[in-house]
Design a protein around this ligand. Structure first.
Ligand code: NAD
Ligand code: DAU
Length: 351
């Protein structure tokens, strides 16, 4: 019988890359994508694979326990790759309850269904929870997050993700559910919703609009190309040791302001603008409350134990990303019309 995998949040940014990767990497697998199609979910992200006979899309909410239970019964999932989440820190500051609902309750609903349907028959089964480096809190100038760094979440988003991680581990220790987790740094690449820094800046530069930089711009993030994250998820799903966690990152730290200067240079070249033109759009705005100073991942464990490392340099990944956004204006127009327009006006109005 075919291997059956439930991917949640497969219509989102990372999820769509994971669906594509898993269809290629697991040729005997049937993939069911459960996604509520919130503002961040978009079936246009999956146009190229939507007719694949090994792929089924289900529009639904992970907090809908009846639906999740029915899907487990109908499809007999061997694996779950759980990505569905509310994912934007700024939105979590404005509307924390939505994050608790989806990220915490939704995860527990999935764990509960997996335990019920798998029972003691856990051979070949795997519940993979995709999480974030933000659960570890914030770093000073030195040091890296390892898998042993104590949790210290500081935004409603990271607190909800930390909570979901704890529940996943509780189901492993208490009920023997075969779980594996990973915590990844900032992703960038195609299909990322333009509320996040890089696609937002690409779009604003293209349109000659201000690039909003929070605070002094000296906040540091560790950037990884989304396709490399999807490759890492495949490797951890295949070979990760049950009960264990793998940190995933690019060993690629940038202060926001330096990153944006680099992006401006690339954009000037792509848009045939004189060098320095796009950088004039940089605008320092009011800081994000509770803004974490620095994230940086030690991805040594996944490299040593599972042989994963990024496939592209940051410069290569950034070029591909800029090219993709400039070539996919219709996608950008579709996702930025309507509700996103209102969000943008509200989010940046008093900054
Ligand atoms: P995203 O916001 O682009 O996509 C989230 C997807 O989940 C969307 O398709 C949305 O429709 C769906 N969704 C939201 N609520 C749902 C619900 N209640 N039921 C069903 N579907 C629902 O997010 P992303 O950036 O692709 O992140 C995916 C996962 O990876 C998240 O769990 C996030 O915490 C984690 N992560 C993201 C990053 C990053 O840099 N983006 C880094 C590390 C980890
Ligand atoms: O570290 C992994 C996390 O990365 C993921 O878990 C989250 O889902 C994902 O959204 C991302 O969180 P960040 O808060 O780091 O990403 P964001 O793109 O929102 O911001 C990146 C940095 O840029 C951060 O320091 C805030 C800053 N920023 C962001 C926006 C949207 C600005 O300076 N201006 C902006 O307009």
């Amino acid at each position: 019988m075919a291997h059956s995998i439930l991917i949640t949040g497969g219509a989102g940014f990372i999820g769509s890359h994971v669906v594509r990767r898993f269809l290629d990497a697991f040729p005997d697998a049937h993939i069911v994508n459960l996604d509520a199609l919130t503002y961040a979910g978009n079936l246009e992200n999956l146009r190229d694979i939507e007719d694949n006979p090994r792929y089924t899309f289900v529009k639904g909410d992970i907090t809908d326990a009846e639906l999740v239970d029915r899907l487990f019964g109908e499809h007999g999932f061997d694996g779950v790759v759980h990505l569905a989440a509310e994912s934007h820190v700024d939105r979590s500051i404005a509307d924390p309850l939505a994050f608790v609902h989806t990220n915490v309750i939704g995860t527990v609903v999935l764990l509960h269904a997996a335990k019920k349907h798998w029972g003691e028959q856990t051979d070949g089964k795997r519940f993979y929870h995709v999480s974030t480096d933000e659960v570890y809190g914030t770093l000073g100038a030195e040091g890296l997050f390892t898998e042993d760094t104590p949790y210290d979440p500081r935004s409603p988003y990271s607190a909800s993700k930390a909570s979901s991680d704890h529940f996943v581990r509780a189901w492993y220790h208490t009920y023997g559910l075969p779980v594996v987790l990973s915590n990844c740094s900032n992703n960038y690449g195609s299909f990322q919703f333009p509320e996040k820094l890089l696609p937002l800046a690409i779009r604003n530069i293209r349109d000659g609009k201000p690039i909003p930089i929070y605070g002094d711009g000296k906040y540091t993030r560790d950037w990884l190309w989304v396709v490399d994250h999807a490759r890492a998820i495949e490797v951890v799903y295949r070979d990760g040791v049950l009960g264990e966690t793998y940190n995933i990152g690019g060993f690629n730290e940038w202060q926001n302001i330096d990153l944006i200067h680099l992006l401006c240079k690339v954009m000037d070249r792509k848009l045939n603008r004189p060098e320095g033109e796009s950088a004039k759009l940089i605008t320092f705005v009011k800081d994000r409350p509770g803004h974490d100073k620095r994230y940086a991942i030690d991805a040594g464990k996944i490299a040593d134990k599972l042989g994963w490392k990024p496939s592209v340099t940051f410069e290569q990944g950034l070029e591909k990303t800029v090219d993709w956004y400039l070539a996919n204006e219709t996608w950008l127009e579709h996702v930025t019309s309507g509700a996103y327009k209102q969000y943008y006006e509200k989010q940046y109005a008093d900054r």
